[in-house]
Ligand binder design. Structure first.
Ligand SMILES: *Cc1c(COP(=O)(O)O)cnc(C)c1O
Length: 453
């Protein structure tokens, strides 16, 4: 029989040359300071420039890489550009980004201890550190998943499962959160086919224990209360202690969505806002937001991971080897089986730099946020919408229409100064600086404010 050639898989001088070119490109990308912001292009323009890229015989390495470098990458925004302040940007450390290449090169199956033990050991050390910072007991543990959306969903699936096995029976299951909570919670409710009970927020935009108690009145089937520690729109931290206490008093699962903001627990100046985090049955925080790791990564931590395991373990003949062992298998703790070891870039960077550096870097971004807040107050053509609690600063350009905001935002991107998009609150258009990048400095932000005059 003729041996197959495994043509694409064999090491050849050509394959090595291409691999080195790809790595050299990655290095060049990491050397940019600042990185190019770039921006989206319409489909037609991309099609004219890139054409049909998937062909029967292939383009060859040189052409494909050239296509990426000179066309496609330039139509792709760099989220780590210091003037990228929209949504929640991304600001990985060099160590974290570099180690992501190692993760890619290493073919690690992160679902089971059997296959991923060393990598999972490292990830779990990061989860243990986060749990400790949050004040959860040493029994706490969990898994790194793709993002906050899957993290929130997985935690809520666990919470409902737990409530059901404790005898909660209802026609409709429900969880409580505030209207400031993230859209992923609405999505989780839809996926799970459960209802949301909206609780009021106070003047500062926070969910409070009192509001949760009020919302619970006359409700059946509630299985969880979700607080947000750092809303996406404003960075508002709910009153975690009082919300957690009301949840406990009512025997309800207490989940904290800290996808963006929970990193603020590491900074001295904001730590107190997170008082009560230790009451959580589960929390999430996204390393790709304010913990300086590359996309995509969400740390999902349970106070008692056994409960999550009961809810999430997949059973099948081909998995018996895993489910019948007592190993710690990360796939048992979320809606996932095969998984990339998404916590490893953060682990490496933490191992290199130490946890103190993380607290300092978060603190730096907070200081930048406070400095620009003071500057916004000083400028007569701007109005601060709300005093920031964390590193999201929301303000308005006086007397502008939505169209003027949009035109300004488009020009800012076109001029490659920054990426700031109009947002809104209660129907009023505003601008929002989400500051998670230590390279986003006061001077750059002032330059952006200058363009608003
Ligand atoms: C970003 C965010 C999410 C969703 O996280 P993804 O990683 O984008 O899926 C959930 N909650 C909050 C508060 C967020 O800021």
């Amino acid at each position: 029989m003729k041996q197959p050639k495994a043509q694409m898989h064999s090491h050849t001088p050509q394959s090595r040359a291409l691999r080195n070119q790809v790595i050299a490109y990655a290095q060049t990308r990491m050397d940019y300071d600042p990185v190019p912001l770039d921006g989206p292009k319409p489909f037609e323009e991309l099609f004219n420039a890139a054409g049909q890229t998937i062909t029967k015989k292939g383009l060859g390495g040189k052409a494909a890489l050239e296509l990426w470098e000179s066309v496609l990458s330039q139509a792709t925004i760099s989220s780590d550009f210091p003037g990228h302040l929209a949504y929640i940007p991304n600001a990985p450390t060099e160590a974290a980004s570099a180690f992501d290449l190692v993760v890619s090169a290493s073919s690690i199956f992160g679902g089971s201890w059997q296959e991923g033990a060393g990598a999972i050991y490292a990830e779990n050390q990061v989860l243990a550190w986060l749990a400790h910072e949050a004040g959860l007991p040493p029994s706490a543990g969990g898994v790194f998943v793709q993002g906050g959306t899957i993290g929130n969903l997985s935690a809520l699936v666990t919470a409902r499962d737990h409530a059901r096995s404790n005898g909660l029976v209802a026609e409709r299951y429900k969880f409580v959160c505030s209207k400031e909570a993230h859209s992923s919670l609405k999505h989780a409710a839809r996926v799970m086919d459960v209802d949301i009970v909206l609780a009021e927020v106070n003047e500062a935009g926070q969910l409070t224990g009192e509001a949760v108690a009020q919302a619970l009145k006359g409700q059946n089937g509630v299985f969880a209360v979700v607080a947000t520690s750092g809303t996406t729109n404003f960075g508002i931290v709910d009153q975690l202690r009082s919300v957690g206490e009301v949840a406990k008093r009512n025997n309800l699962w207490f989940h904290i969505d800290g996808a963006y903001g929970l990193a603020g627990i590491l900074a001295k100046s904001t730590k107190a806002l997170f008082d009560g985090t230790e009451l959580a049955d589960s929390f999430i925080v996204d390393p790709h937001k304010w913990l300086f790791a590359p996309f995509d990564s969400c740390a999902l931590v349970y106070s008692d991971p056994k409960i999550a395991k009961a809810a999430h373990t997949q059973h099948a003949e081909y998995l018996e080897e895993l489910t019948e062992s007592s190993d710690f298998n990360p796939s048992d703790y979320a809606v996932n089986l095969t998984r990339r070891v998404r916590g490893l870039p953060l682990w490496f960077s933490l191992a290199v730099h130490g946890t103190d550096s993380y607290g300092k870097a978060v603190e730096e971004t907070l200081q930048t946020a406070r400095a620009i807040t003071a500057e916004i107050r000083k400028r007569p053509y701007l109005t601060l919408v709300r005093e920031p609690m964390l590193s999201v600063v929301v303000f308005q350009r006086n007397n502008w229409t939505k169209e003027q905001y949009q035109a300004w935002s488009d020009k800012l991107l076109k001029d490659q100064i920054g990426f700031v998009i109009p947002s809104s609150h209660n129907g009023e258009t505003n601008l929002r600086f989400a500051i998670v990048n230590p390279k986003t400095n006061f001077k750059l932000l002032c330059k952006i404010l200058d363009t608003l005059e």
